[in-house]
Write a protein that binds this ligand. Structure first.
Ligand SMILES: *Cc1c(COP(=O)(O)O)cnc(C)c1O
Length: 379
């Protein structure tokens, strides 16, 4: 039996009629761009996250790009971020003409290490761009402290983390701007591309809202060059339906993660993901597991084993961004970010989606256990 890494179609099939009729409703209403569904979704997501406002855009990549633009970050400015992320993070920095400066990760949380951020600050640093990777919140208290000390803006890349919280605060409302993606495989995914920007600052909201539609508040009057980056009305209608299930689906992802943790704990040569930021406060972090990622030195062998058993798995990400040829001009070398490099060699993500059944979890667990400790499976 095949078990995919994720399966966005299942959520559609479970509520097919409701999705079909919402889409049909948009088609028949005839308002396809910036209509009532986009406006309502923006209000609903802002309310859900506890942010003052939200702006729907074309993609998570555009959300990051527009956020940086709106904060006035551009040529000559440096933005500190993690090398262990998807390329969209540095793409956005490059698109505004700024320079990414990398800071290494904590190998246990996969996220940027605040101590490394402090070391990377120069007179040109304008912003920090933490990525809540795999749905796990970054250490935001420490990051906000550094930002406040040095008067830096904070742009949160929440593409994998909608619904995650850090010390009771939802990600996306902690820094100056939050950037979300509705790519189909994210925790809240639409049937195409989509993204969203959140902020508590009115001036930032105004600028983001203007930039997404060609840089003008009034139609055909343009105060700066913007872009065409709007969330489609059809996608917004779909997302409004999916929003209602988001919390329950995130809870189910956490149950799946917990079930894997129980099965894999004690296996030698397997490190499970951990989400406790400090030992005194076990509620510090609510991760939403866009991915469930283990670490092992036998990554390539276990990958082959999983594939042979028909189980989907993937390496996010095999090559840290400081070693990508696109960033060779930045002058980094192998060895500059040892934690990111080690995790890139050791990480493997296992099937993770809310519809995974107990039997499927069991099947995945048996292959992993059978590889690392055959005696357990035999017993
Ligand atoms: C998916 C993703 C993005 C980009 O989102 P798109 O909607 O695909 O443009 C940015 N950052 C991270 C960490 C992502 O996972």
């Amino acid at each position: 039996m095949q078990i995919p890494l994720c399966d966005p179609k299942l959520e559609y099939l479970a509520d097919k009629e409701e999705f079909d009729s919402a889409i049909q409703g948009v088609l028949e209403a005839g308002r396809y761009i910036l209509g009532p569904n986009v406006a309502s979704l923006e209000d609903e997501v802002a309310g859900y996250l506890g942010c003052a406002s939200a702006v729907g855009v074309n993609s998570g990549t555009d959300a990051l790009h527009i956020a940086l633009r709106a904060l006035g970050i551009g040529p000559g400015d440096e933005v500190i971020t993690t090398p262990f992320t998807f390329i969209a993070t540095t793409e956005a920095i490059g698109m505004v003409g700024a320079t990414p400066v990398f800071a290494d990760i904590n190998p246990e949380t996969f996220n940027i290490d605040p101590d490394c951020i402090a070391d990377a600050i120069t007179s040109k640093t304008k912003a920090i761009l933490p990525v809540h990777l795999y749905g796990q919140p970054c250490d935001m208290d420490a990051i906000m402290d550094i930002a406040n000390q040095h008067d830096l803006r904070v742009v949160e890349d929440c593409a994998q983390a909608i619904g995650a919280s850090y010390r009771g605060k939802n990600v996306g409302g902690i820094g100056d701007v939050g950037c979300f993606s509705f790519f189909p495989s994210k925790n809240l995914g639409c049937f195409g591309d989509g993204g969203l920007v959140t902020t508590n600052d009115q001036a930032t909201y105004d600028r983001v809202e203007m930039l997404r539609r060609h840089g003008g508040k009034i139609k055909y009057h343009h105060s700066e060059l913007g872009l065409n980056s709007r969330l489609d009305e059809v996608q917004a209608a779909v997302l409004r339906i999916k929003m209602r299930q988001l919390d329950a689906r995130n809870r189910r992802r956490r149950q799946v993660a917990q079930a894997y943790n129980v099965r894999f704990s004690g296996l030698s040569n397997v490190d499970c993901p951990i989400e406790i930021i400090d030992a005194d406060n076990s509620d510090a972090c609510y991760a939403v597991y866009n991915q469930y990622t283990i670490q092992t030195t036998d990554r390539d062998k276990v990958t082959a084993e999983l594939k042979a058993a028909g189980i989907g798995c993937a390496v996010y990400y095999p090559l840290p961004l400081h070693l990508q040829s696109v960033h060779s001009d930045l002058g980094y070398r192998e060895g500059d970010f040892p934690n990111s490099e080690a995790v890139a060699r050791r990480c493997i993500s296992l099937p993770m989606f809310p519809e995974l059944s107990g039997t499927q979890i069991e099947e995945v667990a048996q292959v992993v256990e059978g590889f690392f400790d055959p005696s357990r499976v035999a017993a």
